[in-house]
Design a protein around this ligand. Sequence first.
Ligand SMILES: Cc1cc2nc3c(=O)[nH]c(=O)nc-3n(C[C@H](O)[C@H](O)[C@H](O)COP(=O)(O)OP(=O)(O)OC[C@H]3O[C@@H](n4cnc5c(N)ncnc54)[C@H](O)[C@@H]3O)c2cc1C
Length: 369
Amino acid sequence: MAQDFAAETLAPNAMRWDEEKHFPVEEMRAAAALGMGGIYIAEDVGGSGLSRLDAAVIFEALSTGCPTVAAYISIHNMCAWMIDRYGDEAQRQAFLPKLCTMEHLASYCLTEPGAGSDAAALKTKAVRDGDHYVLDGQKQFISGAGVSDVYVVMVRTGEPGPAGISTLVVEKGTPGLSFGANEKKMGWNAQPTAAVIFENCRVPVANRLGPEGIGFKIAMAGLDGGRLNIGACSLGGAQGALDKSIAYAGERKAFGARIADFQALQFKLADMATELEAARSLLWRAAASLDAKTPDATKLCAMAKRVATDTGFAVANDALQIHGGYGYLADYGIEKIVRDLRVHQILEGTNEVMRMIVARGLVGRAKGN
Ligand SMILES: Cc1cc2nc3c(=O)[nH]c(=O)nc-3n(C[C@H](O)[C@H](O)[C@H](O)COP(=O)(O)OP(=O)(O)OC[C@H]3O[C@@H](n4cnc5c(N)ncnc54)[C@H](O)[C@@H]3O)c2cc1C
């Protein structure tokens, strides 16, 4: 179903949305009507109650139509899950039904101008004043900013470091909440990216997810699944580029033969398919471990994100090469995939940060910790 939706609704429009920098909200609501607005959200609030493995399959399929739109839907799902998992009953009932239909859209607000990879250094402060927190600070690079209705925001309510961070749900229209201009980007043009600014912004204490001080834990738990989804989006984009390359190689002629007849090119295609399958296998294994809540799930999600996003970019870039000069032209749709997949190596934790997460466990063991 996701594959059909990608082919019928996303793929025919993806190039135009990229060029016009159009955020296709209505089409995303159509995806939500098919159950993709709350894939792994409980059914009592309108979610689909599926697994992380199901989500990995769905996001790969959606991305064959447009990785950018699929990736935004994945961020939306991550935010909804954070509310489902850590919210109380009142919060779940207040926010999730409209998020599952995507009548409301959600944004994840962790990064700040001075705190990217070192997210626990975030400075946006939330000072308690009776039944409210008063927020001051700025979030940077927020996907969906300005359009989204619900902002899941990591703020500092206490001491420096991760233990002083809490998570608040901030609704669009709250006085003191404003947005920067839409950033001009290399790719991901079918969704807005902007700063989210808080100036004396009063947010009800009732909008805090869980107790004070667990916000960093909530943020990282969201990212475990988010990283699987972004990895899946890379696989789908790259699979689409590989499929186009196979078709093109069967038509394009050089030296009196189809370029698909050259063994060097056949080997290139074989390697692309093999690397993608290897990355997919690791991603599905990581998704299964997150579903089973195994102790190594975070490590496996980090491994899978790095491998899937690096492999996805490399395969898309090879696909561009197979298309020769035509790959560099917008009309063939390959350069867009390369531009879109590049950022997956940077966001939801850079691939260097993924190595830090994996290495932490290894070095800890070497020390006997
Ligand atoms: C299009 C786009 C959309 C985004 N959407 C969101 C969003 O919705 N919500 C959100 O919260 N954030 C979002 N981000 C932010 C993204 O998660 C950050 O850009 C990313 O985490 C990196 O942070 P930074 O840009 O500050 O880079 P920095 O942290 O400054 O890193 C710079 C470089 O140094 C490397 N580096 C840093 N520390 C180490 C280390 N210890 N060892 C080795 N290398 C290191 C990094 O890997 C990187 O290569 C988005 C970013 C982009 C570009």
